[in-house]
Design a protein around this ligand. Structure first.
Ligand SMILES: [Zn+2]
Length: 173
């Protein structure tokens, strides 16, 4: 890359260091022309195409601040939010694309937020998915309820599964 001081089109790497979390590499470079030193940071690129077409770098902070609003008054800590943003970034990066749409980020936020706090999830989904009537809320709540019921009956099935086994052993003896 160009020397930022004299625009010389070449530079020499004098030192490379991987960051503690392994997500970036920092290089010290020296310009062979003017001799001055500068640093560059190399990260796996991930950018977000916003609804208005503007492209900006992916930012965990933006996810945290977006979700925090939905979590007001809820028992959600800063650590929870940081972990959620990390999970969102991981799931987005798993897709392998270097650019994603803002919409995809919203979609990636919904599942971990639902695990974290269902009220915050409903608030976030209502804004993100543009709920505009009570029916929209009812539908979303029905989905949550039916999944709670499914989880509860799965537990109940685990118990009933063991009962016939006990009975058949009883009948055999
Ligand atoms: Zn230079």
């Amino acid at each position: 890359m160009y020397c930022p001081f004299c625009r010389h089109p070449d530079s020499r790497v004098v030192d490379s260091r991987t960051s503690d979390d392994g997500s970036s590499i920092r290089r010290r470079r020296q310009c062979p022309e003017c001799g001055r030193r500068f640093s560059t940071t190399e990260t796996a690129s991930l950018s977000v195409i916003k609804r208005n077409g503007v492209i900006e770098p992916f930012s965990r902070e933006k996810i945290v601040s977006g979700v925090r609003k939905a979590c007001q008054g809820r028992p959600v800590t800063d650590t929870d939010l940081a972990l959620l943003a990390q999970r969102v970034e991981e799931s987005i990066r798993q897709g392998g694309a270097s650019q994603v749409e803002a919409n995809d980020i919203g979609l990636a936020i919904l599942p971990p937020l639902r695990e974290l706090d269902e009220v915050a999830y409903l608030r976030f989904a209502s804004v993100y998915q543009g709920f505009d009537s009570l029916e929209d809320f009812e539908q979303a709540i029905d989905v949550l309820r039916s999944e709670h019921a499914a989880a509860a009956s799965a537990d109940a099935n685990d118990e009933t599964d063991s009962t016939p086994v006990a009975r058949s052993t009883g009948a055999a003896s």
